[in-house]
Design a protein around this ligand. Structure first.
Ligand SMILES: NCc1[nH]cc(CCC(=O)O)c1CC(=O)O
Length: 331
């Protein structure tokens, strides 16, 4: 073991430690160097206020970025959905590994699914995006629910259900998977019901822009489809001028299997031409209004094309009144 260890800056939370640990192993494999975790406390970790109140995007990210820029750590792992859409001077996202399950899930008492929660069920979620879509679903399916703002780590959130304080909580599948609690899910929500946050389920590995050697090594961990998908989703978010606490959902994935065949453009060389579907939603947190649009086309072949796709869908959403729905974002 002659090579010096790479330093991975990480938050202290169970989720952050889990995903940093997993990335550390992968980075160690591609670089042949040991990776050492360096714990960094962020404002988001210490504040007890509602995330939306302590201000906009990136509260969890700022301290890690400062440590990167000061050269105290070599790279950091972020949940992409918590990463501000604007590029940060002096830093690059060197890899976006393959995304895992992007869906939101329900953890409910008595193994209940969303559709069989009791009348008036109290569902915990602090995310305006989840509130908007859950309330919209309830309205159109004759359900009566109450969304209750909560925050805290996975243990805290599931604790509200175990203690009987809430009937259910809604969380990201990816987070539960990473902390080994996916077995507690009682309902995996279709993305047709609740579209995930832009970037949900994906990680970003960030390092200093001048660290060419590390950037080249980390590139091996990049998954091109995930990278293009989250680029389009985040471009949509940025074009709506919304942040991570806005009621905006977006997901780029493979379209349903029948779609390319219907258009008769699919069977070149016996291979299905790869298409991507980008979906976006924005709504009022009470679920009374949702603007929901999607577009399907060839997988964008460049970063700029992915950005353009997101912008175009956002423009259509704005034309349908999306901006007016985000006015109440401070929830
Ligand atoms: N908002 C916090 C957050 N940021 C990333 C995840 C885990 C899922 C992911 O990586 O997308 C979570 C928890 C959650 O939303 O349940």
């Amino acid at each position: 073991m002659t090579e010096k260890a790479l330093r991975l800056g990480t938050r202290r939370s169970k989720l952050a430690m889990a995903q940093s640990g997993q990335v550390a192993d992968a980075v160690s494999q591609v670089t042949g160097r040991p990776v050492e975790l360096v714990e960094i406390t962020t404002y988001g970790d210490v504040s007890r206020e509602q995330l939306a109140q302590i201000g906009g995007t990136g509260v969890f990210v700022a301290a890690l970025r400062e440590a990167l820029l000061r050269g105290e750590v070599d790279f950091a792992v972020h949940s992409l959905k918590d990463l501000p859409t604007a590029a940060h001077e002096g830093l690059v996202v060197a890899a976006v590994p393959e995304r895992e399950d992007p869906r939101d899930v329900v953890v409910a008492r008595d193994a209940r699914k969303l559709t069989d929660l009791p009348r008036g069920a109290r569902i915990g979620t602090g995310a305006p995006r989840r509130m908007a879509q859950l309330n919209a679903y309830a309205r159109t399916h004759g359900m009566e629910i109450e969304t209750v703002p909560i925050r805290g780590n996975v243990d805290t959130r599931i604790g509200y259900v175990r203690s009987g304080e809430l009937d259910a909580v809604v969380l990201a599948a990816a987070g539960l998977n990473r902390v080994g609690r996916i077995d507690e899910v009682t309902d995996f929500l279709s993305v047709d019901t609740v579209l995930p946050a832009p970037g949900q389920g994906a990680l970003a590995i960030e390092c200093a822009a001048d660290n060419a050697e590390l950037i080249a090594a980390l590139a091996e961990l990049d998954d091109p489809f995930t990278r293009v998908a989250v680029t389009a989703e985040r471009s949509l978010l940025a074009a709506l001028e919304a942040g991570c606490s806005a009621p905006v959902g977006a997901l780029a994935d493979l379209p349903p299997l029948s779609a390319p065949l219907e258009r008769g453009d699919s069977q070149a060389d016996g291979q299905t031409v790869k298409e991507m579907r980008l979906r976006g939603v924005v709504g009022t947190t009470d679920g009374s209004t949702l603007v929901q649009l999607s577009t399907t086309g060839p997988v964008p072949q460049t970063h700029d094309a992915a950005l353009a796709l997101g912008r175009e869908l956002a423009t259509e959403m704005l034309a349908q009144g999306a901006a007016g729905l985000m006015g109440e974002r401070a929830q």
